[in-house]
Design a binder for this molecule. Structure first.
Ligand code: FES
Length: 212
């Protein structure tokens, strides 16, 4: 597997590793794709809302450590609003790219940063706890990467339909049964959605088979 020199540098000498004592916010996220976890800690200036310090702990692979390292560099010194604009696509560009099967590792790192920022904003009354709905489900689907090409399944138009009614989620996926990643994608969708108490049942449909 080919890694850029930037990825290797950040993996071997990661920046901002560790735990912050008494952080103003923190978040832990896990990747359903591989079972790895990342935690991020923030210190935020209450007046200016600038991220004055940020650290991370990763139980992930080289790509995940390198991404967490580079995005913590990017976020430090930025306001919360500026840091919210950091995306996994930007992180990958900064790293000089990642192999498609490793894109989910970058998504996990960026997702953890965004969760820590969101936790800060909720705790400080800067935003409401978002209402659960169809948009929440679509946001989760945007975190699921099709490993062959390293893009998310929404962007790749693999999601044909999402419905949510009375705890029932229905998702139609445009994936045929000869697609070797189909079962993994369905499993990952279930993993991503099971943390929501609002969801009681998930039905995933494919064009050429019964629902799973
Ligand atoms: Fe788990 Fe990369 S394989 S974070």
């Amino acid at each position: 597997m080919q890694y850029s020199q930037i990825v290797l540098d950040h993996f071997m000498h990661p920046h901002n590793v560790g735990k912050l004592e008494n952080p103003d916010a923190e978040a832990t996220e896990g990747s359903p794709a591989c079972g790895d976890q990342v935690t991020m800690f923030l210190k935020v200036n209450p007046e200016t809302k600038v991220i004055e310090d940020i650290k991370f702990l990763s139980y992930g692979c080289a790509s995940n450590i390198a991404t967490a390292s580079i995005i913590t560099d990017l976020a430090k010194g930025k306001t919360l609003d500026e840091a919210k604009k950091i995306t996994w696509q930007q992180a990958m560009e900064e790293l000089g790219g990642l192999p498609p099967v490793k894109v989910h590792c970058a998504v996990l790192a960026v997702d953890t940063l965004q969760s820590a920022i969101s936790n800060y904003e909720i705790a400080h009354g800067l935003k409401e706890v978002p209402n659960f709905g169809k948009d929440t489900i679509i946001e989760e689907l945007r975190k699921i990467i099709y490993p062959k090409v390293g893009e998310d399944i929404v962007t790749l138009k693999m999601v044909k339909y999402v419905g949510f009614n009375d705890g029932e989620v229905i998702i139609d996926l445009n994936l045929m049964n000869f697609d070797q990643w189909r079962d993994n994608i369905a499993e990952e969708i279930r993993e991503h959605l099971k943390k929501y108490a609002e969801i009681k049942n998930i039905q995933i449909n494919f064009p050429d088979s019964q629902a799973t």
